[in-house]
Design a protein around this ligand. Structure first.
Ligand SMILES: CSC[C@H]1O[C@H](OP(=O)(O)O)[C@H](O)[C@@H]1O
Ligand SMILES: Nc1ncnc2[nH]cnc12
Length: 279
């Protein structure tokens, strides 16, 4: 793969590379292997380097920018991922809609390991991350609460995922700080008090920052485990990796199906939603 050091996004555009769709790969998905004419793009942002070089290539006529959230080799733990640089880099190359893929634990019996979930809400239980680009003097209060995950991307993901696997339409993702998994007592709280359905460590602040940059966001979540509330089956990193590897090809099929269906105009809606956020 050719390496392009993009000193400016204009340089990419002058090469005719204009990705509108971004894909963020989670645990197990470090190289999409679905993009033609792919180049590696090394970006430096005002927030440092992203998790890895972007892999930018074509899918069904559209340019797509792929970024492995943890970096190739899984070198960034969830609390150290350069979320700001990742969001900035995707926006800078022209991305307006992002599809992310994540491994998650399940907090309910009927969302079983191996199933996909396309969540529609989240609860943030992280503790020490950089949550916003708006640190002043420009003060903004983004309203993403009604539809944190873009409904059109959600619908496309549910339809596509249903062709290849069991999928659950909707669910609340609780994002914990990590890197440790939850205790039994915490898991009980996420389930019974917060009424959440799935659990992970990476959604926040990824979703906040991508939405602040005016991009749409949708998540394809793969259930890898029952967290810790099913007796004798406490989640392990190894179990997460194994289930992710098992279902990787299905996740790629979903991406290949969905990406060409995302209209270019979708990004404008998400960008407009941010217009009223600032004081
Ligand atoms: C590898 S175990 C836990 C790890 O997996 C999930 O990551 P991702 O959302 O990137 O698939 C989870 O959030 C943890 O970071
Ligand atoms: N049970 C779990 N808790 C937090 N993150 C996870 N990622 C996958 N399974 C998880």
């Amino acid at each position: 793969m050719k390496l392009v050091k993009a000193t400016s996004p204009d340089e990419l555009r002058s090469m005719g590379i204009t990705p509108r769709i971004g894909v963020i790969g989670g645990s197990g998905l470090y190289d999409p292997g679905i993009l033609g004419d792919a180049v590696e793009v090394q970006m430096h942002t005002p927030y440092g380097f992203p998790s890895d070089n972007l892999i930018v290539g074509r899918l069904a006529g559209s340019w797509v920018a792929f970024l492995p959230r943890h970096g190739r080799g899984h070198k960034y733990p969830p609390h150290k991922i350069p979320y700001k640089a990742n969001a900035w880099a995707l926006r800078a190359v022209g991305v307006s809609s992002v599809i992310a893929v994540s491994a998650v634990g399940s907090l309910r019996q009927d969302y079983a390991p191996g199933d996909f979930v396309v969540p529609d809400q989240f609860v943030d239980m992280t503790k020490a991350r950089e949550y916003t680009f708006f640190d002043g003097p420009r003060v903004c209060h983004p309203q993403i609460g009604v539809e944190p995950f873009n409904e059109e991307i959600r619908r496309l993901l549910v339809e596509a995922a249903a062709k290849y696997n069991k999928v659950h339409d909707g669910g609340c993702y609780v994002c914990i700080e990590g890197p440790r998994f939850s205790t039994k007592a915490e898991s009980r709280i996420w389930r019974d008090v917060y009424a959440c359905d799935i659990i992970g460590m990476t959604l926040v602040p990824e979703i906040n920052l991508i939405r602040e940059m005016g991009m749409c966001y949708g998540l394809l979540a793969l259930v890898t485990d029952y967290d810790i509330w099913v007796p004798h089956q406490p989640v392990t990193a190894d179990a997460v990796e194994r289930m992710s590897a098992e279902k990787l090809d299905l996740a790629k099929k979903v991406l290949v199906d969905v990406i060409p269906r995302i209209p270019d105009s979708l990004g404008e809606k998400c960008s407009r939603e941010m217009a009223n956020a600032c004081i």
